[in-house]
Design a protein around this ligand. Structure first.
Ligand code: NA7
Length: 530
């Protein structure tokens, strides 16, 4: 059984069913497939990674029949792509839509997972793969009085399917992460007034988005196999080359010229301008200063530019953004930036949003406040492993995984793109495909050896968690209150969750584990001896 029919769930279904010959059922909470790309329908939603790189690599047939229209695909086009994949591989027949998994328990006698849905349905199967996404459990801040608001309340990650009319409205957007940064410039031309409530400023660089021409597409097609191989072997899964040099080993002039060049083309890859931006504070400062300088150039009012300039954490330590016209939005007369770190939001009334110092009359409130990241979608259902132990209990002090894929005491349960994997720190598509390949091989080789029950050994899990922590210690990631660190939800354990060693190193670790007879996984026959 697979939970979730986003990119990960669909890749699992195709691989496990069509390549491994397993019987697969996918359970999906949404009324349609697509995962984050189903739910995040807000205006301006688009991928931050080049469409070509943010697509499946398993099928030349699929590649041959699909052409992206833009450098970064918008949400509707990504969803169309997902629908195309489902059609091409006849995936829908094994997907149950509109059922949210509420419980999953391991039956130790039968060695089966028993999964319950919110519609009362019960299904069971030998393997349970959680493909529920690392950014899918929607986070709605608990501001008193929201239910009294007579206007419209929206969340970017749960945007209505029907068109929302924002023309001539007074709109407040809370949050300036990737979603806020995309939705704000998109809606500003039509709204009467826009009030942006910012708690922490974000580092954003220009996306350099453009419509692909026939010539672009022809070039992409020609280089696709080599590009895919490059991505597969890279540390980030991005096609922007990583500069191996230190930011501190070049002259100020040379560095400035390089940043300028990257600024004018790299998009998300700006983070790869030098090799030590995420490990050396002095190196990071050079990039952060450069970006702050650009913000000052793009925003007319110096006080607003200062508010939009991050100063409390290193560039890249929180998920950096790419934008199209975000900073310029604040030069419009109908846009106000409110610093809610200085004056926090305190309440909502029928017509207004209140901070400690002011009241803002609004027709629409947009929460762009993100997710309970990485663990949210895994801990919202009640998952119980051996001896009825709950995952919530097992992970009470933070997620414990082996390779980010399995957790001790929960045999035959796997996670794709979960905590402990590098998925959030690079192109998630490359991680997803690597995880799916690894799991397919692990499961099939275990079944062939008549040891189909697979469980992470506690020692292997402890060693991996320690390794993930050790790798993070050598980076600047720990210097920001980010969702990588569990800081996005009050009371969440402060543990660095993604694997910061990069995709290349992670893939090598997985290959070594496999070559070593899947070291760290205990593989046994079923209780019934099958
Ligand atoms: P993010 O990146 O988590 O951003 C959420 C934003 O909302 C961020 O600016 C937060 O400020 C703000 N926020 C969150 N909770 C609150 C509360 N309670 N009050 C005020 N402001 C709040 O989510 P996105 O949806 O933008 O992007 C998610 C991912 O999608 C992104 O990383 C890409 O991978 C694509 P904070 O920084 O916490 O102070």
């Amino acid at each position: 059984m697979v939970v979730g029919a986003g990119f990960a769930g669909l890749a699992l279904l195709r691989s496990f069913r069509d390549e491994c010959g397993l019987t697969v059922t996918v359970i999906e909470a949404g009324d349609d497939i697509g995962g984050v790309w189903y739910w995040n329908r807000y205006p301006g939603a688009r991928c931050d990674v080049d469409s070509t790189d943010y697509s499946y690599s398993f099928s030349p047939e699929l590649d041959a029949t699909w052409d992206w229209t833009e450098r970064y695909a918008a949400q509707p086009e990504i969803l169309s792509y997902i629908h195309r994949v489902a059609e091409l591989y006849d995936l829908r027949r094994d997907i149950t839509l509109g059922v949210r998994v509420t419980e999953a328990g391991y039956d130790e006698q039968a060695d089966l997972w028993v999964v319950r849905g919110d519609d009362g349905s019960v299904v069971s199967g030998r393997y349970l793969v959680m493909a529920t996404g690392c950014l899918s459990a929607v986070k709605r801040p608990d501001i008193p009085g929201v239910e009294d608001f007579t206007g419209t309340v929206l969340h970017t990650a749960d945007w209505p399917k029907d068109k929302v009319d924002l023309v001539g409205k007074r709109v407040g957007v809370i949050g300036t992460g990737s979603s806020g940064i995309q939705v704000i410039p998109e809606i500003v031309p039509v709204v009467a007034e826009l009030v942006v409530f910012q708690r922490t400023p974000t580092f954003s660089v220009p996306a350099h988005h453009y419509v692909l021409t026939d010539a672009d597409r022809a070039a992409i097609r020609t280089e696709l196999p080599a590009r895919r191989e490059r991505l597969r072997r890279s540390s980030t899964g991005l096609s922007v080359p990583a500069n191996p040099r230190s930011a501190l080993e070049v002259t100020d002039e040379e560095r400035q010229a390089h940043y300028e060049e990257q600024w004018n083309s790299a998009g998300f890859g700006f983070l790869l301008a030098y090799s030590d931006l995420l490990i050396d504070q002095a190196a990071n400062d050079t990039a952060a200063d450069f970006i702050r300088g650009k913000i000052a150039e793009r925003v007319d009012d110096p006080a607003t530019a200062a508010l939009l300039s991050p100063r409390t954490y290193p560039y890249g330590a929180k998920r950096p953004c790419v934008d199209t016209g975000f900073y310029e939005t604040f030069n419009r007369p109908n846009v106000t930036l409110v610093d809610i770190s200085a004056s926090p939001l305190v309440k909502v009334t029928e017509t207004s949003l209140h901070t400690t110092t002011s009241e803002y009359g609004l027709d629409v409130i947009v929460f762009a406040t993100g997710f309970d990241a990485m663990t949210g979608s895994l801990l919202r259902p009640d998952i119980r492993g051996r001896g009825g132990q709950s995952l919530r209990q097992h992970w009470a002090s933070g997620p414990l995984t082996y390779l980010g894929l399995a957790t001790a005491g929960f045999p035959n349960m796997f996670v794709v793109a979960g905590p402990g994997s590098p998925s959030l720190l690079g192109n998630v598509m490359v991680s997803i495909e690597q995880h799916v390949e690894f799991l397919a091989d692990l499961i099939m080789s275990s079944r062939a050896a008549k040891t189909p029950v697979i469980e992470a050994e506690p020692e292997a899990e402890a060693a991996w968690v320690a390794h993930v922590n050790r790798v993070a210690q050598g980076t600047l990631y720990l210097a920001a209150a980010s969702y990588y660190l569990g800081a996005e939800v009050p009371g969440k354990p402060r543990v660095f969750m993604p694997y910061a060693g990069g995709l290349r190193r992670y893939r090598r670790e997985c290959e070594e584990v496999a070559a070593d007879g899947y070291r760290g996984f205990r593989r046994t026959p079923t209780a019934e001896g099958n």
